[in-house]
Design a protein around this ligand. Sequence first.
Ligand code: NDP
Length: 287
Amino acid sequence: MTARLIDGKAFAADLRVRIAREVAALEKRGITPGLAAVLVGDNPASQVYVRSKGRMTQEVGMNSFEHRLSADTPQADLLALIGRLNADSAVNGILVQLPLPRQMDESAVINAIDPAKDVDGFHIQNVGRLATGQKAMVPCTPLGCLMLLRDQMGDLSGKSALVIGRSNIVGKPMAQLLLRDSATVTIAHSRTANLPDLCRQADIIVAAVGQPCFVQGDWIKPGATVIDVGINRAGDRLIGDVDFDTARHVAGAITPVPGGVGPMTIACLLANTLTATARANGLPDPE
Ligand code: NDP
């Protein structure tokens, strides 16, 4: 058996085309969505992310505003900038690229963003809203995983899902989204006992561990859908958290790395910016 490849790159490209269409429709009403990205310091990976986010924002017809601050910026200056962006009606989405330099309190910074403009979905209000089933801005990577899962499997209701990893940016919101879709969700982490056995019971595995080739093919239930969030660098190659070479012979469908979840993250950031713009203008959420 060979698993179906879940082409996140193609799905994300299609999503961006649909977003561009919605942006063009907004343009006719005199509305241009705007996304502000704030980068503090000179972390090379963050610079690459912010640059490609800016490029794709412009490609779908949105305004992209970039703010670069030096690594030794006092937190008060960053908070003042966030305050100005909150008040700026041309800015519908604000993202502060993480990680922040050591002198900054990450949660204080994130919680200073207007929750309605919090397109990363990390503000405590959005986390609480998602957990209590209210309209929220949802973190981009798990949102992208959910879109791929729905596309592959349709209704997720009653499926057994195992999320490996419990971070605030991937694992926990992923579990919330699966629960919202009525899957039966288990969350595993570094203290979980008998992880291979738990995996063997799951119709859906989402691996967000940060360890290359961690999930083995013989842990996977035949026919299961496997979403590999991991991005691990090995020289100039990227490797996922799933041992793709063994998993692809057992799984029913699997995301490759690269070209699976990765491209979905930026596309979902644009989708969230569009949603934030619609809500700010009293329009219904885009499909
Ligand atoms: P974190 O390091 O914050 O979390 C990793 C999680 O994995 C933790 O909950 C940890 O458990 C768990 N874990 C670690 N070792 C084991 C183990 N041996 N058995 C079971 N669980 C374990 O990572 P992130 O959630 O931020 O990211 C996860 C991966 O996803 C990374 O490779 C990252 O690069 C990638 N990523 C990809 C994105 C994309 O766009 N595709 C976006 C964001 C992340 P514990 O809590 O007990 O320590």
